[in-house]
Design a protein around this ligand. Structure first.
Ligand code: ADP
Ligand code: 5GP
Length: 197
């Protein structure tokens, strides 16, 4: 078993799920790991979520997220266009259903980077999905990363850390935990779990 993973049960290749969900507390390094993985393997398809959160500097519509208004989010939900959605730290986030289903029907591996509530909803609707939890090496390191990123004001950091306590307590609901000590190691392990390499 790889040094950074725990709770891994080997799954035979023929029964590997094609939908992988990556979750973990805000600031643990999900986006960093996924970006690193896709730099070397651009063929890995990542679902782009819709969100009511405002873009951070450098974020672009249609790349990191589809940035939508509250009304637009209401419509996406009412029209059944989201596979799952959740409210996280004061904003709503959801996975567009159509693009995910197209990829899955084509037999391609699909990656969702979503919060704990979303992961639970996917587990209910798609029990074959593989749920991966990204954990920090320690609580102190998580606080350091979230604060050090410098993208949220103190009160938002507090909300995200409160959510992080809940998310960390749910680790056992996931199929696999990867501890984000090294971005390179975690990206490699995630690719292996997705059966890409
Ligand atoms: P998330 O997407 O989970 O909210 P980010 O990918 O934005 O988290 O990472 C939060 C911060 O932690 C960023 O500043 C990033 O550079 C840093 N980071 C991510 N992974 C590591 C790591 N393995 N070691 C040190 N810093 C990391
Ligand atoms: P951030 O604002 O830091 O980009 O994301 C905040 C949280 O929302 C993260 O835990 C991220 O994984 C989650 N998230 C992003 N997109 C979605 C989504 O489509 N659905 C759900 N449920 N959570 C999402």
């Amino acid at each position: 078993m790889a040094a950074t993973s725990r709770g891994t049960t080997p799954v035979p290749p023929e029964s590997r799920p094609r939908l992988t969900v990556l979750s973990g507390p805000s600031g643990v390094g999900k986006s960093t790991v996924v970006a690193h993985m896709r730099k070397e393997h651009p063929e890995v398809w990542l679902s782009v979520s819709a969100t009511t959160r405002k873009p951070r500097p450098g974020e672009r519509h249609g790349v990191q997220y589809f940035f939508v208004s509250d009304d637009e989010m209401d419509k996406l939900i009412a029209n059944g266009e989201l596979l799952e959605w959740a409210e996280f730290a004061g904003n709503r986030y959801g996975t567009p259903r159509g693009a995910v289903m197209e990829r899955l029907e084509a037999g391609e591996p699909v990656l969702l980077e979503i919060d704990l509530q979303g992961a639970r909803l996917v587990r209910e609707s798609m029990p074959e999905a593989q749920l991966v939890f990204l954990a920090p090496p320690s609580w102190e390191e998580l606080v350091r990363r979230l604060t050090g990123r410098g993208t949220e004001p103190p009160e938002v950091i507090e909300r995200r850390l409160a959510a992080a306590k809940i998310e960390l307590a749910a680790e056992s609901e996931f199929d696999v935990t990867l501890v984000n000590t090294s971005v390179e190691d975690v990206a490699r392990e995630l690719l292996a779990l997705m059966d890409v390499v």
